[in-house]
Design a protein around this ligand. Structure first.
Ligand code: KIV
Length: 263
């Protein structure tokens, strides 16, 4: 049975956690689905892990469309969510609609866009026209030069309130899901309790409705120092399929993330 946005929202209402991973190709789409991954995120992190770039800023709309097609060809039931790359949605809701429509035509079921309240009009415009949107707040890698590095967000009273206000405004604008990236676990818990749409955490503690990691990271393929919120699920496994299945079980049973992976 196909997993849809309303299914994810129902799972969250029933306190059933869902598991997401990034996915950029057909082979892994099949492997991830067989292991029980609910959401395949065609993330613009492909700029880092596939293209070797330092940031996600150089990823193009054509790159995202190509990888969405690869994933959609072999996925049969997971929800496919694709990142709108930097520069493809920020200038106007009309620009966002034209580009999101191409991403959906390539096989995605939902697009993800980064940013706080400034994206509310765009999210309203897209969702009113049939394009499901996942918002992404906290550490938003497309704003890396403004943030000054890959660091914890919402870690003081003012910025925590700003994040809660952003997430609330984006839900009101029509977002169907919200990714919370690298924020304190307590703040992610408060946002999850406040919103009626599901949250997906990455470095946001265990109280989110679902979890996501970059596939290469959870297979131990990170470059340099392992980020605190990443667990290498391949470390004590014989094969990739088992590592991914273990991740799914760990997320769904609430064993991952634990305090060691949270802020
Ligand atoms: O591009 C990506 O992989 C992402 C996740 C880190 C959430 O947006």
């Amino acid at each position: 049975m196909k997993l849809t946005l309303p299914t994810l929202q129902k799972m969250a209402r029933n306190q059933e956690k869902f598991a997401a991973l990034t996915c950029y190709d057909a082979t892994f789409a099949a492997v991830l689905e067989q292991a029980g991954v609910d959401v395949l995120l065609v993330g613009d992190s492909l700029g880092n892990v596939l293209q070797g770039a330092e940031t996600t800023l150089s990823v193009s709309l054509e790159d995202m469309i190509y990888h969405t097609r690869c994933v959609a060809r072999s996925a049969s039931h997971a929800l496919i969510m694709t990142d709108m790359p930097f520069g493809s949605y920020q200038s106007s809701p009309q620009q966002a609609f034209a580009n999101a429509a191409r991403i959906l035509a390539a096989g995605a079921h939902m697009v993800k866009i980064e940013g706080g309240q400034v994206m509310a009009d765009t999210i309203h415009f897209l969702t009113q026209r049939g394009i499901p949107v996942c918002a992404h707040v906290g550490l938003t890698p497309q704003s890396i030069h403004q943030l000054g590095g890959y660091k914890l967000q919402g870690n003081n009273e003012k910025s925590a309130k700003q994040l809660l206000d952003d997430a609330t405004a984006l839900e009101q604008a029509g977002a169907g899901l919200v990714v919370l990236e690298v924020v304190p676990a307590k703040l992610a818990q408060a946002i999850t309790q406040t919103l009626s749409i599901p949250t997906i955490g990455i470095g946001a503690g265990s109280h989110c409705s679902g979890q996501v990691l970059v596939l290469h990271d959870m297979l131990g393929l990170y470059q340099g120092k392992k980020p605190r919120f990443v667990k290498d699920f391949f470390a004590d496994c014989q094969n990739i399929q088992q590592a991914i299945a273990n991740y799914v079980v760990a997320v769904k049973t609430g064993q991952f993330p634990n305090e060691e992976h949270a802020f």
